[in-house]
Design a protein around this ligand. Structure first.
Ligand code: ZN
Length: 281
């Protein structure tokens, strides 16, 4: 599940490789992932890519003459660069940008859901696009002070994953950030002290920055289908906490798992397993 560090490193690596390349043709095979109609997708043909950026977990591919392709990977999408062209039978392909040097930039989607999407916009429309317009401030590299931002009676785990509150964090990195900040995932945002809010902000910068530095040092093109994420808490339930050595615990939800260290984050308290308690009702 790509989050800010994974999207950022992909934008940097692929952006450096394709900036200046000319798009020969653009296709959306199979399920049509294109969620815009004006300008038509064919407008990118014959034009050069001028850069790849990121907003929250979305890619922004800038194209000559003030066009932008906005790409949302959702939970299982990948943006990858290939030296050759895809077979149109590849069922994972959602968008193919065929470059005139023979390479191909491909939005692929794995798993059963077909949710990844693409919009072709004029550059001046980007800020008004509905997803972009509702994004909170970026969580990296310089998030604003968190106390006013998180001042709501909602658990931190949900607040931090809410892109309208703060952008770029998802189910994996939220566990790492809260562990680094020694804060309970169920602590309410409105109950954060100023010191805790500062600690959380520093943990956010250090955790996301550390992930990005790890990717910068270890990743090269081609980007693999499954990025090896340097996680030490998320999905490590049953393993020792990297800080104190006690056992990492987990709370299971229908479609995700929340991991934490009771000693470091909840004064030793075990959080209720919602799945189990629901079954027992
Ligand atoms: Zn611990």
């Amino acid at each position: 599940m790509p989050e800010l560090p994974e999207v950022e490193i992909t934008a940097r690596l692929i952006g450096a490789a394709v900036t200046g390349a000319r798009i020969e043709s653009a296709l959306t095979p199979g399920i049509n992932a294109l969620r815009s109609f004006d300008p038509p997708l064919a407008a990118v043909e014959g034009r050069r890519i001028t850069g790849i950026g990121r907003r929250s977990k979305l890619f922004v591919i800038a194209i000559e003459d003030d066009l932008v392709l906005l790409i949302h990977l959702m939970s299982a999408g990948r943006l990858q660069l290939f030296g050759t062209r895809a077979s149109l039978r590849d069922r994972t392909s959602r968008l193919l940008l065929r470059l005139d040097d023979g390479r191909e930039l491909r939005l692929r989607e794995f798993g059963t859901k077909q949710a990844a999407w693409v919009k072709l916009l004029r550059a001046d429309e980007l800020e008004h696009e509905e997803t972009i317009a509702t994004l909170g401030p970026e969580s990296y590299p310089d998030p604003p002070p968190l106390a006013p931002l998180l001042n709501a009676p909602r658990p931190l785990h949900g607040l931090l994953r809410d892109q309208r509150v703060i952008a770029g964090i998802g189910r994996s990195w939220v566990d790492e950030i809260l562990h680094a900040a020694k804060l309970s995932p169920f602590k309410r945002g409105s109950e954060l002290s100023d010191d805790e809010a500062d600690r959380l902000r520093e943990a956010m910068i250090a955790t996301l920055g550390g992930a990005l530095a790890h990717y910068e040092a270890t990743l090269t093109l081609p980007i693999p289908d499954k990025l090896p994420m340097p996680l030490t808490v998320h999905r490590r339930n049953g393993e020792p906490c990297p800080r104190c050595g006690d056992q990492i615990e987990a709370v299971f939800y229908e479609d995700y798992v929340m991991c934490y260290c009771p000693t470091c984050q909840t004064d030793g308290k075990l959080l209720k397993d919602r799945r189990l308690s629901r079954l027992l009702k």
